[in-house]
Design a protein around this ligand. Structure first.
Ligand code: DHB
Ligand code: MG
Length: 220
């Protein structure tokens, strides 16, 4: 199978649906031009996040892993009226790049970027009693189980907990991996599969990015 076909189809869909505007293109490019890891979600994945956030009428969104704010823009654009998104980024320089992109997108009034580790910031955010409608984890794979548990404690019935990069080019199948990211997602898949407070669907993804996967859990 020619893997290039996955990228070609992604491009075809991006163009057919006109998924990226200038703001999103600039956000994606800023990641590359600032020497940041090119781990932004693809445009098609961004559109899926937008769709899911719209479906659950999200008023409060939390994202772990801002990077350049590309997925942040997709998610924030789907916020219901008066809603807000908090995105957590451990790297202050990445957060500064993201902050500029969010401002260019005209979303600074509803997006807050917090610099710190996921767990530190989440422990602070969980003091707010307002439920989180959508939680997107996209950083620090070894902590995915912890993020999931805290997300569940902040959720309501019908909230979504979404996790990126859970397949890792099929490395999820390796029985004795010593890659901490692989171990993190292996533990995570086991953890959520055993949790009957959620219904989860894990989808493999191909396209612009490597073969990977996204886990979507609906809180019951
Ligand atoms: C990695 C992280 C990501 O968020 C991603 O989408 C792809 C790869 C990584 O850390 O390897
Ligand atoms: Mg990712």
């Amino acid at each position: 199978m020619n893997k290039d076909i996955f990228a070609q189809v992604d491009t075809f869909l991006e163009q057919t649906f006109s998924l990226e505007d200038d703001v999103l293109i600039a956000a994606r490019q800023s990641v590359a031009s600032n020497g940041m890891p090119e781990h932004s979600v693809s445009a098609n994945q961004g559109q899926m996040l937008y769709l899911l956030a719209t479906m659950c009428q999200a008023k409060r969104i939390i994202e772990v892993g801002t990077l350049g704010g590309y997925s942040t823009i997709w998610l924030a654009r789907a916020l219901a009226k008066g809603g807000n998104l908090t995105s957590i980024e451990v790297d202050a320089e990445y957060a500064a790049v993201a902050s500029r992109n969010i401002a260019l997108a005209g979303l600074s009034d509803r997006v807050t970027i917090k610099v710190g580790t996921g767990m530190d910031v989440l422990n602070e955010l969980k003091l707010d009693p307002e439920p989180v409608d959508l939680f997107f984890m996209d950083a620090d794979k070894p902590n995915y189980c912890n993020y999931f548990d805290i997300a569940l404690s902040m959720a309501r019935k019908g909230s979504l907990i979404i996790a990126d990069n859970v397949i890792r080019s099929g490395k999820i199948l390796e029985p004795q991996s010593n890659d901490e990211k692989v171990l993190g997602v292996q533990q995570f898949i086991k953890h959520i599969s055993a949790d009957n407070r959620v219904i989860t669907s894990v989808l493999q993804t191909v396209g612009d990015k490597e073969h990977d996967g996204i886990a979507i859990s609906l809180v019951l």
